[in-house]
Design a protein around this ligand. Structure first.
Ligand code: PEP
Ligand code: MG
Length: 590
């Protein structure tokens, strides 16, 4: 029977394919009912998983035999003993027999019961066994999920990725040709997983808490990234309806794509520079440079996150040169390392923080460990010799932070010049506006930098005090809040007065519904995932500057988020309908 679940629409489009669970923990595992006739088969899965984990523990012991003492290598014997304990295996089998649950659930329940017992034991050594038990549970569940994953994704089959979260590191393991959609239990529309899904052009629904516990791998699923709907086991009517939508969507996408090589101008010829957001070196291979004017945001931390250790200066130079080449001679804006918050670096020992989003992240971390900033800026300067590079500072809170970065940059330029090393002497320094308090002090900050880029993903989170990763408050995270628009207006005004260019590089820059508002507020540079360039261009080409200004003025004066959203959506929809009906992308004809 089909089951409809509701989540947050995170990346547009529709997908129909079998769901495959990618990673799970003992807290988060797929759950399904096992029919009486399948109980023996389910118990058989335990034998297979035990054999697999035993093999990998023995491999580990052999690998470490040369590095650790014989005593230390025997640490894993305790885990092997649990794995082969007949009582443990009987208890798991009994759980399946009695309750008709799948093996993963049986393991979860039995391990939770054992853990409770161990943790109550007076002997600390016995209490430690609880950790071994948990670890064994994790390995067994991991082995089971890995088996399913291979089974359902082998031989080039299409699939929908399912997990508790879509992590930046997942982008590296996905088979881009066959992944059709993404469904996650956690996250919001502006979390980094959602941003990645959009930039990869994969329909995604996030924050569907029930999805993992209601469907095993292999279940057919419909992912509607336009409405945030997920249908498990769709019936024949639903399948037919979504297959039709899929075909319609492809037709519309084709029409929109035709616009991508046309100039990004309003109907009265005002140019807006459209730039690309790039999440990692991998994105460069598929980057089409003709429709854009450069890379407006290269999130360097993603390339750092995919590695096992800090890249050296030379490795960074190679990475940034690839970006410069990928941009085909157009400017590249390198954001300095923005780790922390929801983007941890596994090789950087970060303290546990109560509020990581308000904690040690972005430029704060780099200024505390200036070696990181120093090496990165030097590498960007050197790679910049291939063309034109810009450096963008994340999470700036005060003028003094910008001053310190400016001093480092000026010193590096002097050193490179004195040593006659190749570099970009014209490099520009930019500041991200994402911490609200920067807005009123922009007049003091602007003389120190060359441009500003507004990171609305964080700015909105901090202005509204709404966590961008938390699906429970996702409804409150709305950039159309009139207060947010007024702050954006202040930023654009400060920059115009100082004669410094102002860009927007948060996700709203790629949301075509926002385009006329941002242009009306005064922004002339928008940086977005490349997939959104055609939509934004199309919208831009159907409004005059006067219409954008008047729409922005009405939005600024509106008294609620709902009113702003409706006003802007209606206005944009009329233009899109006209385009789709006639094929005319606005009146410029350029
Ligand atoms: C932003 O905050 O808007 C931004 C562009 O940076 P990130 O999404 O990587 O935090
Ligand atoms: Mg940010």
């Amino acid at each position: 029977m089909s089951r409809k679940l509701k989540g947050i629409a995170a990346a547009p489009g529709v997908a129909i394919a079998p769901l495959v669970h990618f990673h799970g923990t003992l807290d988060y595992i797929p759950t399904w009912k096992v029919a009486p006739e399948d109980v023996d088969k389910e118990k058989g899965r335990l034998t297979e998983a035990v054999a697999e984990v035993t093999r990998s523990l023995h491999d580990l012991q052999n690998q470490l035999a040369g590095e650790l003492t014989a005593h230390e290598v025997r640490i894993w014997d305790a885990q092997l003993a649990i794995l082969h304990d007949p009582t443990f295996r009987q208890d798991v089998a009994r759980e399946i027999d009695l309750h008709g649950v799948n093996l993963e659930v049986a393991l979860q329940r039995v391990i939770a019961r054992y853990e409770e017992v161990f943790e109550r034991m007076p002997d600390p050594a016995m209490r430690e066994r609880a950790a071994d038990l948990r670890d064994i549970g994790r390995q067994l569940v991991g082995a089971l999920m890995a088996r399913d994953r291979t089974r359902y994704t082998a031989n080039g089959r299409d699939y929908v990725f399912a997990a508790d979260e879509f992590l930046p590191s997942d982008a590296g393991i996905l088979d881009r040709e066959h992944i059709r959609g993404i469904v996650t239990a956690h996250g919001g529309k502006y979390s980094h997983g959602a941003i990645l899904a959009r930039s990869l052009g994969i329909p995604a629904v996030v924050g569907v808490e029930d999805v993992l516990v209601r469907a095993g791998s292999g279940t057919t699923v419909v992912v509607d990234g336009n409405t945030g709907t997920v249908i498990l086991d769709p019936n024949a009517d639903e399948l037919a309806q979504y297959q039709l939508r899929l075909r319609e969507q492809r037709g519309i996408d084709q029409r929109i794509a035709e616009v991508r090589f046309q100039p990004a101008v309003t109907t009265d010829g005002v140019a807006v520079r459209l730039h690309a957001n790039v999440e990692g070196v991998r994105d460069l291979d598929s980057l089409e440079t003709e429709p854009i004017e450069g890379i407006g945001l290269f999130r360097t931390e993603f390339a750092f996150m995919e590695r096992r250790q800090f890249p050296t200066e030379e490795e960074q130079v190679a990475m940034y040169r690839r970006a410069m080449q990928g941009a085909g001679g157009k400017p590249v804006t390198f954001r300095t390392l923005d780790v922390g918050g929801d983007k941890p670096l596994r090789y950087l020992r970060m303290p546990e923080e109560r509020n990581p989003v308000l904690g040690w992240r972005g430029i704060r971390l780099c200024l505390d460990w200036p070696d990181i900033l120093f090496t990165q800026m030097r590498a960007i300067l050197r790679a910049g010799a291939l063309g034109h590079a810009r450096i963008l500072l994340p999470m700036i809170t005060s003028r003094s932070e910008v001053q310190r970065c400016r001093d480092v940059l000026d010193q590096l330029v002097r050193d490179l010049r004195d040593n006659a090393e190749e570099h970009d002497p014209q490099i520009e320094l930019g500041v991200m506006v994402e911490v609200p308090v920067v807005v009123p002090v922009l007049p003091e900050i602007l003389p120190l930098c060359d441009f500003v880029s507004v990171g609305t993903n964080d700015l909105v989170q901090y202005l509204l005090a709404v966590d961008r990763d938390n699906q429970r408050v996702a409804k409150m995270y709305d950039p159309f809040h009139p207060g947010v628009l007024r702050v954006l207006q202040q930023i654009a005004d400060h920059c115009a007065r100082a004669g410094k260019p102002a860009a927007v590089c948060g996700e709203i820059a790629g949301d075509h519904v926002f385009t006329p508002v941002l242009v009306g507020l005064g922004f002339r540079e928008l940086s977005m995932a490349p997939v959104f360039v055609p939509r934004v261009k199309l919208t831009l080409r159907s409004f005059s500057l006067g219409e954008c200004r008047s729409l922005a003025a009405q939005a600024l004066a509106a008294d609620s988020t709902t009113a702003v959203r409706k006003l802007v959506q209606d206005r944009v929809r009329v233009r899109w309908d006209r385009f789709l009906a006639s094929g005319d992308a606005g009146g410029t004809g350029r």
